[in-house]
Design a protein around this ligand. Structure first.
Ligand code: TXA
Ligand code: MG
Length: 347
C-alpha cells in the first residue's frame, strides 16, 4: 500500500510549489492524479515504460488498452508523434489546448507499454492550468487515462479519485470539479478522412468546422473495432444494474417508482416535483452541458442508494448529447426498458 498524498490546488492559479512536488513524483517514475478540463487523469512519465506500466496495475486496467499522451506545448508533439498532416496541425492550432485528442502515428520515443503495442498514439493538450503546469514542470509528456478503477465511472472530482485509487498511487492534486465532466473527443486523423473513435466534450458539429466531414459520428459504429481497443471493455458501470428509459416513461412512472427500490437518474424537467432521495437530478435539459458535467457523479451516487436497479433518462444524440448517450449506453451495457401493456419489460 502506498500513502496517497491529497494536495489542494487552485484550479485557475495553481501554486507552483505544490505542482513542483507532483512533478518530482512524475520525474521519479511515480503516479499523480490531476484535474483536467474533462475528467481527472492518472499520470505517469510517458517516455518511461516502467512508470507507465504502473498505471495499468493501479487501475486494474487490461494492458492491451492504450493510454492517451498529454502534452503542454507543440514542441512536445514532435517527441510523441510523427507525420502530423498540415491540415491537422491547423486544427490543433485552433482547438488546443482543449478537450480533443488526435490519433496519430507514434514516434519511437513512446514505449510500446503506453500504446499497447500499436503503431499509433492518441495525443491531447489539456485546457487546464494545473494539468499544463504539471506537464511543464515534469519536463516530459504525461500518459494519463481517466483516474478511476477500470470499469468504474470516470472521476470528476478528487474525492472520486480517492474512492477508487487511495493507497494505489502517490498523489492526488485536488483542483475541484472538472469543467466538462465528460472525456475528450477522440478522432483518428491517420487517413485522409477523419474517423470519430469516441464522441466527447468537443461536439462532432464543432470538430467538422476544422476537419471537414467526419466518419461514423454514431457513437456505436466503431464498437469492438480493433482500432480502438478500449471500446470493447465494460465501462462507466455503477454497481447496480442500469437501464435506459424514455423520458415519457419516467414521467408517467415516477409516482409508482417512488415506493420501489429503484434509483432514477433524470433531468430537472422529468423529475418535476419528485425530489425523493431515489431521484437523482443531473441538470436541466436546457443546458445539456450541465447534464454532462453531473453524469458520472450521478452514476456514483446511484451506488450509495442501495437500490435494486437504476433507470437513466435517454437524451437526444445530438451536440454534447451524442457523448452523453455514448456513456449512458456503455454504463447500462446497452440495456433499456420498454413499456408493453403498461408493464415494464427489461431488454
Ligand atoms: O478526456 C480524456 O481524454 C481523459 C483525460 C484524463 O485526458 N482521458 C481518458 O483516457 O479518457 P482513457 O484512457 O480513459 O480513454 C482513452 C481511450 C481508451 O478507450 C483507449 O482505448 C483509446 O482512448 N486509445 C488510446 N490510445 C489509443 C490508440 N493508440 N489507438 C486506439 N485507441 C486508443
Ligand atoms: Mg477511462
Amino acid at each position: 500500500m502506498l500513502t496517497t498524498r491529497l494536495i489542494k490546488v487552485d484550479p485557475l492559479r495553481p501554486d507552483r510549489r505544490s505542482i513542483g512536488d507532483a512533478a518530482t513524483i512524475i520525474k521519479n517514475g511515480g503516479l499523480v492524479a490531476f484535474p483536467t478540463e474533462t475528467v481527472y487523469g492518472l499520470g505517469a512519465n510517458a517516455l518511461d515504460a516502467a512508470a507507465s506500466s504502473k498505471i495499468f496495475f493501479a487501475k486494474s486496467r487490461p494492458t492491451d488498452n492504450p493510454l492517451i499522451v498529454h502534452i503542454a506545448d507543440k514542441k512536445q508533439l514532435k517527441i510523441v508523434a510523427k507525420e502530423v498532416p498540415k491540415h491537422v496541425i491547423k486544427a490543433m492550432d485552433s482547438l488546443w489546448p482543449g478537450p480533443i485528442s488526435f490519433l496519430l502515428k507514434k514516434s519511437d520515443k513512446i514505449p510500446d507499454t503506453v500504446t499497447a503495442g500499436l503503431n499509433t498514439v492518441v495525443v491531447r493538450m489539456p485546457a487546464h492550468p494545473v494539468a499544463l503546469e504539471l506537464i511543464k514542470q515534469s519536463g516530459v509528456p504525461i500518459a494519463a487515462p481517466s483516474a478511476n478503477l477500470s470499469t468504474r465511472p470516470s472521476p470528476t472530482s478528487a474525492e472520486h479519485v480517492m474512492q477508487d485509487l487511495k493507497g494505489r498511487i502517490d498523489m492526488v492534486l485536488d483542483g475541484g470539479d472538472a469543467f466538462f465532466g465528460i472525456e475528450s473527443t477522440i478522432v483518428d486523423v491517420t487517413s485522409h478522412e477523419p474517423v470519430l473513435l469516441r464522441p466527447g466534450a468537443i461536439t462532432v458539429e464543432e470538430l467538422s468546422k476544422y476537419l471537414g466531414k467526419i466518419i461514423a459520428p454514431n457513437s456505436n459504429v466503431r464498437e469492438g473495432a480493433a482500432v480502438a481497443p478500449g471500446m470493447k471493455y465494460r465501462h462507466y458501470a455503477p454497481n447496480s444494474p442500469l437501464y435506459v428509459a424514455e423520458k415519457e416513461f419516467l414521467k408517467e412512472s415516477m409516482n409508482a417508482l417512488e415506493n420501489e427500490r429503484v434509483g432514477v437518474l433524470c433531468s430537472k424537467e422529468t423529475a418535476a416535483k419528485h425530489k425523493t432521495k431515489n431521484v437523482i437530478v443531473m441538470g436541466s435539459e436546457k443546458d445539456m452541458y450541465e447534464i454532462a458535467r453531473n453524469l458520472f457523479a450521478s452514476l456514483r451516487k446511484l451506488d450509495e442508494l442501495k437500490v435494486n436497479f437504476g433507470l437513466i433518462q435517454e437524451f437526444e444524440d445530438k451536440g454534447i448529447g451524442l457523448a452523453i448517450m455514448n456513456r449512458i449506453r456503455k454504463a447500462s451495457s446497452h440495456k433499456a426498458v420498454a413499456i408493453e401493456n403498461r408493464y415494464l419489460r427489461i431488454e
